[in-house]
Design a protein around this ligand. Structure first.
Ligand SMILES: NC(=O)c1ccc[n+]([C@@H]2O[C@H](COP(=O)([O-])OP(=O)(O)OC[C@H]3O[C@@H](n4cnc5c(N)ncnc54)[C@H](O)[C@@H]3O)[C@@H](O)[C@H]2O)c1
Ligand SMILES: *[C@@H]1O[C@H](CO)[C@@H](O)[C@H](O)[C@H]1NC(C)=O
Length: 340
């Protein structure tokens, strides 16, 4: 005879299995490893967990991972409260996707993708990638968050698997600025670039792919061109620091949050070909008057720029201004989503 208690326990376990399967359905079984649990490692963990990846966070300092977990849990709930949480999983579900380890072997085992976020020190990165070469399996993608180092610089010496190394460079804060630059080394497999790009799209980031590595990637090359001209204009006494920044915040930058420079040109005439036919010579003539690349060293010009910047935002107010920046970016992201 089958007891009622037995049937109930079967029913209960079936229900539990169904609930379990449902959450398993939203959660993915694939594992992502994060190496380095500082500012950027924490941000990547939240992005991967937002779509249910199994995220494992590693650091050479164990206290860093336990701090990171505490910070992430707080942050996920804060995001939920602000209506800015990504994905469809609850903060608790997202948090349950993230675990930590202090064993790098355990971290890389069965990981489909590793996102490296250790400090920007070339020797440290080289040492880490040399070590990874011996322990990763041949399918694991190794992506670096580096802002400045071309991937050949830290993957060249690897004994094996260097074809699986790529740069996936985020901008800070990655949770609100979706751009990721994907930069291959000369030996990076095309398939690694494609899979990294697909993964970035899946977690809601906006990847751009460079066909080859170049100093500064695309973002910093453009950012530095702007910094050079801004520096020259201030150093030459043409405009003040506050005014040169205003050229961006009250002018160009407003457009650039929606249109890039080429689409801007495209819209400012009867198409981009017409724009450059009409204004190309002018762009060239003005560009001929730019001075030499400034050396941004300590001295009179830097003192002047620093003094004026501190008048705009005293150093003690930097944290408050950063919080305001994050709030602004969050609202801007929401507005962009609405327009899309
Ligand atoms: N902070 C930014 O604005 C920003 C933006 C884009 C890219 N990046 C890049 O992201 C990377 C990380 O930057 P961050 O600001 O998060 O640094 P961070 O100093 O906040 O965190 C680095 C973490 O790595 C850990 N670590 C050091 N050596 C390690 C090792 N061998 N193995 C494992 N963990 C190790 C440290 O203990 C620390 O917790 C850098 O390459 C940086 O250039 C930073
Ligand atoms: C400061 O800028 C001026 C104007 O561009 C330049 O002539 C001068 O050499 C710069 N000074 C230093 C110390 O770089």
């Amino acid at each position: 005879m089958i007891s009622k208690k037995f049937i109930c326990s079967i029913a209960a376990s079936l229900l539990a299995t169904r609930t379990h399967l449902r959450s398993m359905h939203k959660m993915k079984n694939e594992k992502i490893g994060i190496i380095g649990s500082g500012l950027i490692g924490r941000a990547w963990s939240m992005l991967f967990a937002s779509v249910g990846y199994k995220v494992v966070l590693y650091d050479i300092l164990p206290e860093q991972t336990s701090n990171a977990l505490k910070e992430i849990e707080k942050e996920l709930h804060a995001l939920q409260a602000k209506g800015a949480l990504r994905g469809t999983l609850s903060p608790a579900e997202q948090f349950s996707c993230i675990s930590v380890t202090t064993d790098i072997g355990e971290l890389v085992s069965n990981a489909i993708y590793l996102q490296e976020c250790i400090p920007e020190r070339l020797e440290w990165k080289r040492t880490l990638y040399t070590e990874l070469a011996d322990i990763v399996c041949s399918e694991t993608i190794m992506a670096s968050s580096t802002s400045t180092y071309m991937p050949s610089l830290f993957s060249e010496q690897m004994k094996q698997h260097r074809e699986n190394v790529v740069v996936a460079h985020p901008l800070n804060p990655p949770y609100y600025i979706p751009l990721v630059e994907i930069v291959p080394a000369p030996w990076t497999k095309a398939d690694v670039v494609t899979r990294t790009r697909e993964l970035m799209l899946e977690i809601g980031q906006k990847p751009v792919t460079l066909t080859r590595q170049i100093e500064g990637f695309a973002t910093n090359r453009i950012q530095y061109a702007i910094l050079n001209e801004v520096w020259r204009l201030v150093a030459d006494g043409v405009v003040s620091v506050a005014d040169v920044d205003r050229v961006m915040t009250e002018g160009l930058g407003l457009r650039y949050a929606l249109l890039g420079p080429l689409e801007t040109a495209h819209l400012n005439a009867d198409g981009v070909a017409d724009y450059f036919q009409r204004f190309g010579a002018e762009v060239y003539a003005v560009s001929q008057t730019y001075g030499p690349t400034p050396k941004m060293e300590a001295g009179g010009n830097l003192s002047k720029i620093a003094a004026e910047c501190e008048e705009m935002v005293p150093r003690a107010q930097l944290p408050a201004r950063r919080a305001q920046r994050d709030l602004f970016l969050r609202e801007l992201c929401a507005l962009k989503k609405q327009l899309e």
